[in-house]
Design a protein around this ligand. Structure first.
Ligand code: ATP
Ligand code: MG
Length: 755
């Protein structure tokens, strides 16, 4: 038996060693589920001699797969490279790439991202003459996505009004027709959206038993991490693949199921027990990640949910500090308090910036936090948000690359036909698309002979475009991904157009395109890669999610991300920002107990990311949707047993009136109880001075204000006075703020600080 097995506790070891037959590990956060999965694979290869080609492991992000592969490599060496390992989407897209012809798709099918799908839906809705206020592309997209995740094709959807649910009543009876048009258009474009990758894999295995059979015999062992967040379609795929050998191992935690809104279905756990009567169920209860206080706090939170499998998570780790609640008066102050706390804790305990994470419910919360970190020169990275591959210039070049490879692709065609400008307007494009639809053919067929459909003036430019694409297509077939992409970037005129734009934005767009070319070069230069074609690169890139992107070479940074993205990760110090009613729990999740319970599980996930220290912060006012709102502390603060939590005195904001809400009162009372039973608190420390409180911003301290001066405002940040108006009774200043642009403020109210 190898060393790594000795480092496991008894039930973990059982999870690693019982390799054959169906197995399910449902266990609490931080109890080593992912570790068991990793070691199980190492054990299969190292001790049982299983060929890595016969093992498939499905993870939640590509990054998680990469880390797991690296760990396995440490035990078994380079062989780990051959594992089928990645997200459901990346593993099955690869399979589809070699089997697509069975479904009538080209092997180099295009993968549409959410933007591509929504813009295609927008044109379909427009062409059908429907009102896009009723049929919002976003809503329609979600409906179609939900249907596909439940394995409902357009035929069923169209013929079964019940499946439409509320939509029939909500005046959206045509949603089925849109689904049909969308599905056919994608098919004709040789394109699959994200959901199609799974939907079509299931279809492939259902309709082509010979193909299923091939993979059933190839995959001897199948393992799934984060099983609680799989959807029905994913479950069916796993079940089909595992049905011969039944060597399937799933690990998860029902208390961490947080993707129901995207179709994840917790009943998969129950189905699994039903579908595999010989199932071995292993429970892990010892948490190795967090201190006792954090584990106990997390337990007290999740206990409030009704729908939960009973678990008794405990830890032998140190007791640790109490969880601290930090109150701020505004979102900006919250940012400042977090930044100064990070700074101080880092200095005091010799930590790295990468030991810290700030978690929040929605992406928009990152702004205030980023601003404060920047001001204190704290390095950080934001995971998620607008990803590199969603930037316009990157999407433009990718569209060229995709179209060079697959000329059926409508979304890419629309993007590039007039880029750089060649005088082909929207109406011409519409005519081409309509002609293709009317003739049941592709756009490519139409533009090879456009004369009957478009005005004579544009026939010439269209011919040139066709010739260009034909040339690119030859490049794609004859060259590796980098050489082909470089030819296309140059030949299309995109590179020159960006180069000639000498504005700051233009320059950064040019650099981004260069960065994409660099990424392609890295791809082709990788000696381990067998398939260096552009098709293979594009497939990989289409499935890069913003979670996976981490191009940063400097790893020592504070991480900022939403809680959804933090699943499976761990950090020494965790800050959960925005602990306020209507923000967390989100206003949109208060309609039913089930929604609230999902939101509470999200809180549980956030709390359980922390190893050593956990800070919960909230603001009593916050700008939301452009308006300043008073906020109440989140009910989740109250969910935590008061023995494990205290109000921070060290990082307190300014003194303020006692909180008004019942939640906050209970919390403060609870904390009072704790404090009175605890040793007498030390003399109150002065608030940290590294940050400013709104009291530093005195109104009317602006007599010496002059045009051109730099000022700081508690809400708007830094800016420059553009104009002063002292003529009226109310003195006004027009100020150009770095982040929010120009504002005219009344000086008697504006809390400005001259800097
Ligand atoms: P999550 O529910 O958040 O996904 P998990 O159950 O997958 O958590 P892991 O991430 O596998 O838990 O493990 C949590 C931490 O505990 C990791 O740092 C891991 O290395 C450590 N750990 C797990 N088991 C042991 C063990 N037997 N001995 C020492 N450390 C362990
Ligand atoms: Mg895990």
């Amino acid at each position: 038996m190898t060393d790594y097995i000795a480092s496991l506790n008894e039930p973990q070891r059982e999870g690693v060693l019982t390799t054959d037959g169906p197995c399910m590990l449902i266990a609490g956060a931080g109890s080593g589920k992912t570790r068991v999965l990793t070691f199980r694979i190492a054990h299969l290869i190292q001790d049982k001699g299983v060929d890595p080609f016969n093992i498939m492991a499905l993870t939640f992000t590509n990054k998680a797969a990469k880390e797991m592969r690296e760990r396995i490599e440490k035990v078994v060496g380079h062989d780990a490279r051959n594992l089928w390992m990645g997200t459901f989407h990346s593993v099955f897209a690869k399979i589809l790439r070699s089997e697509a012809q069975h479904l009538g798709y080209p092997n180099n099918f295009t993968i549409y991202d959410t933007d591509d799908s929504k813009s295609l839906l927008r044109s379909i809705i427009k062409e059908m003459g429907l009102d896009d206020n009723v049929y919002k592309p976003n809503t329609v997209y979600n409906r179609i996505s939900a249907a596909k995740n439940r394995l409902i094709g357009w035929q069923d959807y169209l013929n079964n009004a019940e499946l439409m649910g509320d939509d029939a009543a909500n005046m959206r009876p045509d949603i089925g027709k849109i689904y049909k048009a969308y599905a056919l258009r994608c098919f004709r474009s040789g394109a699959m959206d994200f959901d199609d990758i799974l939907f079509n894999t299931d279809k492939l295995f259902k309709e082509h038993l010979d193909v299923l059979n091939k993979y059933q015999h190839r995959i001897h062992y199948i393992l799934v991490d984060e099983f609680q967040d799989t959807n029905l379609c994913q479950y069916f795929i796993v079940r089909k693949l595992a049905s011969v050998r039944q060597n399937v191992c799933v690990v998860g935690d029902d208390a961490q199921s947080i993707y129901a809104f995207r179709g994840a279905d917790i009943t998969n756990i129950l189905n699994f027990e039903r579908d595999y009567p010989d199932l071995k169920i292993i429970k892990l209860e010892q948490n190795y990640r967090s201190t006792q206080n954090i584990v106990n706090a997390a337990n007290s939170v999740i206990k409030r949910n009704r729908a939960q499998l009973p678990k008794n998570v405990w830890t032998a780790n140190e007791e640790g500090n109490l969880i601290e609640v930090i109150k701020a008066t505004s979102d900006n102050e919250e940012g400042r308090l977090i930044a100064s706390s990070i700074f101080e804790e880092k200095m005091q305990h010799q930590l790295k910036f990468s030991d810290f994470v700030v978690l929040y419910r929605t992406n928009s919360q990152s702004r205030a936090i980023e601003e404060s970190l920047r001001r204190m020169n704290i390095k950080y990275k934001v995971i998620g948000g607008l990803s590199f591959y969603q930037r316009k210039e990157i999407k433009d070049l990718l569209a060229y690359l995709r179209f060079a490879l697959n000329q059926q692709d409508e979304a890419s065609f629309r993007r590039i036909i007039n880029l750089p400008k060649r005088g082909i307007g929207d109406s011409t494009v519409d005519k081409i698309v309509v002609a293709a639809n009317d003739h049941g053919t592709s756009i490519w067929e139409i533009i090879q002979n456009p004369a009957p459909f478009v005005g004579g003036r544009v026939a010439g430019p269209i011919e040139d475009f066709v010739a260009l694409i034909k040339r690119f297509n030859i490049d794609v077939q004859q060259k590796d991904a980098y050489d082909a992409a470089f030819e296309i970037a140059k030949g299309s005129g995109l590179l020159r157009e960006l180069y000639e734009d000498k504005t700051v934005e233009g320059l950064s767009r040019y650099e981004n395109v260069q960065e994409l070319l660099n990424a392609i070069k890295e791809f082709t230069d990788n000696p381990e890669r067998e398939d260096k074609s552009l098709g293979s690169f594009l497939q990989e890139v289409s499935l890069v999610s913003s979670q996976d992107e981490d191009k940063d070479k400097d790893p020592d940074k504070v991480t900022l991300m939403t809680i959804h993205m933090a699943k499976g990760l761990e950090f020494k110090y965790v800050y959960i920002a925005g602990m306020e009613e209507d923000l967390f729990p989100s206003q949109m999740m208060l309609n039913s107990r089930a929604d609230l319970e999902e939101e509470r599980r999200l809180f549980y996930v956030a709390v359980t990311r922390a190893q050593k220290r956990l800070f919960l912060t909230y603001a009593s006012t916050r700008y939301r949707f452009g308006r300043l709102k008073n906020c109440e502390p989140s009910r989740f603060l109250d969910d935590i047993d008061s023995r494990f939590i205290k109000m921070s005195t060290k990082y307190a904001g300014i003194e303020s009136a006692p909180p008004q809400s019942q939640y906050a009162k209970n919390l403060v009372n609870g904390i009072r109880k704790t404090i009175s039973s605890a040793p007498a608190p030390k003399a109150k420390q002065p608030a940290a001075t590294a940050y400013k409180t709104p009291d530093d911003f005195k109104p009317s301290d602006t007599n010496g204000l002059k045009e051109g001066m730099k000022v700081e405002h508690p809400k708007f940040g830094f800016g420059t006075v553009v104009q002063l108006d002292t003529s009226g009774a109310d003195r006004k200043a027009k100020i150009n703020f770095n982040d929010v642009g120009e504002k005219t403020l009344l000086l008697s109210f504006a809390k400005l600080r001259i800097i």
